[in-house]
Design a protein around this ligand. Structure first.
Ligand code: SF4
Length: 363
């Protein structure tokens, strides 16, 4: 069983905090060339015995991809693999950049899950993030998704923004709850190397919120969302019962996946490999070798075990674990243990990165 991730790098403009591989070159010729490369990669990995359970169009803004290209990509996947009955097929979309008509066609293509880049429902926060849409655009987008019949919709939210207050954050959470999506992904604003935000931060043009405030925001989100029927099933993910993201869960459960497109990562046949995050190099590699792989890494048994531990800790289900020496690495109020099953508490989830770092260096 495996999943396929397709990286569609096209964006209308580049948000200043974003560190994904994206490009604003997205005319018809570019899309045509890019999709031709993706199709080539799909046929490179062809395996009619390989069962594909989830397909995920991420980006970038995959909803900017012309429908005819989207259809071609799906057709090629069905032609080259054994796609299971009713696979989870997700597409990321941005408010204001997708129409009701698009949603209706997505449905016809078999896409059954949407991930909407809402980020916030406060105008000043959306402006700060340099997003192109307004709060009303996000609401309209969600409403139209419902109108088109989508019953599995995820919304993204970002916290930890300069000038964001606990009140404004609570308002975004309340609006989200009111819309009643099936899934919510939460992200704390991160200052990645090479982004405009990081340069602005270094020049003192914008500020980072203190860690305690970020923690407060995170705990507030857990409180509001769990009170309203969402399960906090992974560090950054909340879902109504039976609506966990199957695709993302497969990452956390060590299921194999193939990544196609520039910058895409794969975990397959005991290896991790990743594609060039550069269009020219990616095209050149696909032309020469049929795939866009820049580098690969064999996974040793120890690395695999360590990864399993880290990925298990990200999830509500926790890990089977009773190693006392290792437990000493985690502060007591960050976890609970029941019959050898260790789970992080809300505070533990909030500190996941530092716990993972500590455990990794200890192991
Ligand atoms: S729309 Fe998404 S992928 Fe594109 S630049 Fe903004 S955050 Fe990045």
């Amino acid at each position: 069983m495996a999943g396929i991730y397709l990286h569609i790098p096209f964006c209308s403009s580049i948000c200043q905090y974003c560190d994904f591989f994206v490009t604003t070159k997205r005319d018809f010729q570019m899309q045509e060339k890019y999709v031709a490369a993706i199709l080539e990669e799909i046929s490179f990995y062809a395996n009619p015995q390989l069962e594909i359970k989830t397909i995920y169009f991420g980006g970038g803004t995959p909803s900017l991809l012309k429908i005819e290209f989207l259809a071609k990509v799906l057709e090629e996947i069905y032609k080259n693999f054994k796609v299971t009955f009713e696979p989870e097929i997700t597409i990321e979309v941005n408010p204001k950049e997708v129409t009701l008509q698009d949603f209706l066609v997505y449905k016809k293509l078999g896409i059954n899950r949407l991930s909407i880049g809402t980020q916030s429902f406060e105008e000043n926060e959306l402006k700060f993030l340099t997003r192109l849409h307004s709060s009303n655009d996000a609401i309209k987008c969600f409403t139209e998704a419902r109108k088109a019949g989508f019953q599995n919709v995820s919304l993204d939210l970002i916290f930890g923004l300069q000038n964001q207050t606990l009140e404004s954050w609570a308002k975004s959470l309340e609006k989200t709850v009111e819309l009643n999506p099936e899934h919510i992904s939460l992200y704390g604003l991160t200052f990645y190397e090479g982004t405009k935000f990081t340069r602005k931060l270094e020049k003192g043009k914008i500020q980072k919120l203190p860690e305690e405030t970020e923690l407060e925001f995170y705990l507030k989100a857990i409180e509001v969302l769990t009170k309203n029927g969402f399960e906090h099933y992974e560090v950054s993910s909340f879902a109504k019962p039976n609506f966990y993201s199957k695709h993302n869960s497969s990452y956390w459960n060590h299921t194999e996946y193939l990544g196609v497109g520039a910058s895409a990562h794969s975990f397959f046949a005991g290896k991790r490999f990743w594609n060039f995050a550069n269009l020219e190099k990616y095209f050149e590699s696909v032309l020469k070798f049929g795939n866009g792989i820049e580098e690969e890494e064999k996974i040793t048994t120890e690395t695999l075990e360590l990864e399993k531990l880290m990925l298990g800790l990200r999830q509500k289900k926790g890990v089977n674990w009773n190693d006392l020496e290792l437990l000493k690495q985690i502060p007591k109020d960050f976890y609970t243990i029941e019959k050898n099953n260790l789970r992080l508490t809300s505070k533990g989830f909030a500190m996941y990165d530092s716990i993972a770092e500590k455990l990794a260096s200890y192991l």
